[in-house]
Ligand binder design. Structure first.
Ligand code: ASP
Length: 599
């Protein structure tokens, strides 16, 4: 070993001991005769002092040290002089008085300083990721991520799950995205697809009798990269046989509680995870990923609003639309600039406009509201009575601001749930130290896809319909509820799961409803359907995003902060400069010809 002690270890109790440390020169300060460096390794920082009296050669050499040089230093742990202690540093009461110094390697001047709060653009950070990861914060995150997966392994092993690796070179396993494909050299013209998840494989493992499977699995999805998506992400993927929805949820609940408690003992976590049906979540929060850390629940006021003289309201109501809103408590004094700003925000979420009604705090009560207490762009069309009624229905008080959106139910929900999140941000209502886990269950099995003019699976095509909905699978697919659920935390989806179909005929009915031809069914799912004819047990499971979980635990908003080597928004890797062209000869071997898009 090049060292017998880590930089972060020496303490007052070890004063007087002779140690050898090795690491990176974090900072150097020359004080005339004395040269100080902060030496850094994965455990932290240690101040080293070079005094010619104790090591003349070491002192001479120390003068040439630069940032990020790699060195080995031997010396004695001594107490710092009174007044020179640094209480912010775990090793801050001591320093190493160096007698020997060996330069193990030099370094160019790094493109940015190795500190947590340096302002470096994202591209430079990724191009020099090997340096970026030296920052203490990134080291901490890597360790946190390791700890989370370690707890998963331990817990699931204890619960008798078996870890099984599934192939990366496979065939399309649809999760609603495009596949990444790999051309085959030995089968000219044929391609593998990288798994969007191991869904079919884990179901096959249930047919194989594994009963309890898990894997920390990489999933590949070629999506248009919306905010905070990565082309490859990691999931805790698991599957269980002979279980119902509650059994699957119980495993996750216990595991996630354990992970949260062990990695963030300071945080607030619910003792049991509350449950909302999809319908309830949409009704109360306008979203299937509700953030429960704050209130501002939505109310529907379609009837009352449409009874006013406001044409917009009447038109929306008579075309079957929805008028909904929520109360921003204490925001009744918002000025023009603030309400304009919110209107712009609502428009950027797709709304035609935003109707607000501000109630002055000087009003003694809602019943005693007068014209002067009210500010609203629709004031002319809303009688005092209607406003009082709306305020009562929405639960507003004097001093509050009512934010109202009219449109299709889907649009009103999208806009209002975004706006609810935005108001929480502005009012600082979301406690970053609270992990508000919630189960959202009873999702519809299908979603109507306007553009494709057909039903698509809301989750994936393997989830089972509720027994009581089997009869109208074909006649009214939009009404079918699936045994299908999500885990949500602080407004983010943490993962999805379901009880699966394990019957060939039922699975085939679902494929038919979403319009697959017989050839497509056989080509893509033949293996699963065949397996179902050889004694498939009832089974269910989940796929839970590891990146998002670690990000939430780390208090990071972007998942790329918790991935060692992530890609940029345009799915590019600035470090390896991937993707990149390949040699003509490789193309030839793969029987692939490139046709560039016309520009
Ligand atoms: N395979 C699903 C997904 O990736 C999760 C699951 O249903 O287990 O979303």
């Amino acid at each position: 070993m090049y060292k017998d002690t880590n930089c972060g270890e020496p303490r007052e109790a070890t004063v007087g001991s002779q140690v050898t440390v090795a690491g990176w020169v974090h900072r150097r300060r020359d004080h005339g005769n004395l040269i100080f460096i902060d030496l850094r390794d994965r455990s932290g920082l240690l101040q080293v002092v070079f005094n010619p009296e104790y090591g003349e050669k070491a002192h001479d050499l120390a003068g040439s040290l630069r940032s990020e040089w790699v060195v080995q230093i031997t010396g004695k742990v001594v107490s710092r002089l009174p007044g020179a202690e640094n209480p912010d540093l775990p090793t801050g009461m001591v320093e190493l008085s160096a007698t020997d110094l060996v330069v193990l390697n030099r370094s160019l001047t790094p493109p940015f300083e190795i500190v947590d709060d340096s302002e470096v653009d994202a591209n430079t950070r990724l191009k020099y990721r090997f340096i970026d990861l030296r920052r203490p914060r990134m080291q901490e995150i890597l360790k946190l991520r390791h700890k989370v997966t370690h707890i998963m392994w331990d817990y699931l092993t204890e619960k008798e799950f078996t870890q099984v690796e599934t192939p990366i070179l496979i065939k399309s396993t649809p999760e609603g995205a495009r596949d990444y494909v790999v051309p085959s050299r030995v089968h000219p013209g044929d391609f593998y697809a990288l798994p969007q998840s191991p869904q079919q494989l884990k179901q096959l493992l249930m047919v194989s009798g594994v009963e309890r499977y898990f894997q920390i699995a990489r999933c590949f999805r070629d999506e248009d990269l919306r905010a905070d998506r990565q082309p490859e992400h990691t999931q805790l993927d698991f599957e269980m046989s002979f279980v119902h929805q509650d059994d699957v949820m119980a495993v996750v609940e216990e595991l996630y509680m354990k992970i949260a408690n062990e990695t963030r003992p300071d945080a607030k976590i619910p003792a049991t995870f509350p449950r909302l049906t999809y319908a309830e979540a949409m009704e109360r929060f306008g979203s299937d990923k509700p953030d429960l850390r704050f209130g501002m629940e939505l109310t529907t006021i379609t009837e009352t609003a449409a009874s006013s003289d406001a044409r917009v309201f009447q038109a929306v109501a008579s075309s079957g639309g929805s008028i909904r809103g929520f109360v921003a408590t204490g925001c009744g004094n918002y000025g023009r600039r603030q309400t304009d700003n919110l209107t712009e925000f609502a428009k950027s979420s797709g709304a035609q406009g935003l109707v607000f009604i501000a109630l002055d705090e000087s009003a003694p009560s809602i019943d005693a509201l007068e014209e002067d207490h009210i500010k609203s762009p629709l004031k002319k069309f809303l009688s005092l009575d209607v406003i009082k009624k709306i305020a009562t229905e929405m639960g507003a008080e004097p001093g509050d601001l009512m934010l109202i959106v009219a449109g299709t139910e889907k649009l009103a929900n999208t806009v209002l749930s975004n706006l609810r999140g935005e108001m929480a941000k502005r009012l600082d209502l979301a406690d970053p130290n609270e992990f508000s886990f919630v189960w959202v269950y009873d999702f519809p099995l299908f979603e109507w896809e306007e553009e494709l003019n057909k039903f698509e699976p809301a989750h994936h095509v393997f989830s089972s319909p509720k027994a009581e909905h089997m009869d109208y699978l074909e006649s009214d697919p939009g009404k079918v509820i699936g045994t299908l659920w999500d885990l949500v935390c602080n407004g983010s989806e943490m993962g999805s799961g379901s009880i699966r179909i394990h019957d060939k005929d039922l699975q085939t009915r679902l494929f038919n409803i979403i319009g697959y031809t017989e050839d497509q069914i056989n080509d893509r799912f033949g293996q699963l359907l065949t397996a179902f004819t050889y004694g498939a047990p009832p089974h269910g499971g989940m796929g839970l995003g590891l990146d998002r979980l670690v990000a939430i635990l780390a208090g990071e908003s972007a998942i790329r902060e918790v991935i060692a080597f992530p890609k940029t928004q345009s799915a590019y890797d600035p470090l390896f400069e991937a993707p990149s062209p390949i040699e003509d000869q490789q193309l030839e071997e793969l029987h692939v010809r490139i046709v560039m898009p016309k520009t």
